[in-house]
Design a protein around this ligand. Structure first.
Ligand SMILES: [Zn+2]
Length: 162
């Protein structure tokens, strides 16, 4: 197992569309173990494979006693809307209020390829949607109003120049 470097905006790997996992083998298990280790090292509550440079549909979410592995996740339903502050390991130091569904139903596979269904609300729903966005090349600030998005991107781009 090893801790990977987290890719930060504007690294193009974060904008790629991730491919579905087809083989549930030892290399997938290694990737997932590395993702857990990296997430914990960086003190995150979730991590998606593109954040360590791999465009595969794999994400992990760890919050309180929950440990969720999402392979090839799909949002089956969502309900309501909730605005809360959100950040991302790929944009360190930046936090903004982002609208997300209050409740979600997600279908995915676990690390062994077994299908499962999740029905979550509140913070976990938010964290899961944030990670699923990563698998589609989206970052949390893409969900802000155009004005806020421009403001935040300018701050991020300035940081990049330094
Ligand atoms: Zn993120």
């Amino acid at each position: 197992m090893s801790v990977h470097r987290i890719r930060e905006y504007p690294d193009p790997v974060l904008r790629g569309r991730s491919e579905k996992v087809k083989k549930f083998d030892a290399s997938l298990m290694d990737l997932i173990n590395d993702m857990w280790e990296t997430m914990e090292e960086y003190d995150g509550v979730g991590l998606a494979a593109p954040q360590i440079g791999i465009n595969l549909q794999v994400a992990v979410v760890g919050w309180r006693e929950r440990r969720i592995v999402l392979v090839n996740p799909e949002v089956a339903a969502c309900e309501g809307e909730d605005f809360q502050e959100e950040g991302c390991l790929s944009a360190p130091g930046f936090y903004e209020k982002v609208g997300r569904p209050q409740r979600i139903v997600v279908e995915a596979r676990d690390e062994k390829g077994n299908p499962f269904r999740l029905d979550e609300t509140g913070f976990l729903a938010r964290a899961i949607m944030h990670e699923i966005d990563h698998l589609q090349g989206k970052l949390f600030f893409d969900r802000l109003s155009p004005l806020k998005r421009r403001f935040l991107k300018r701050k991020l781009d300035k940081k990049e120049e330094r």
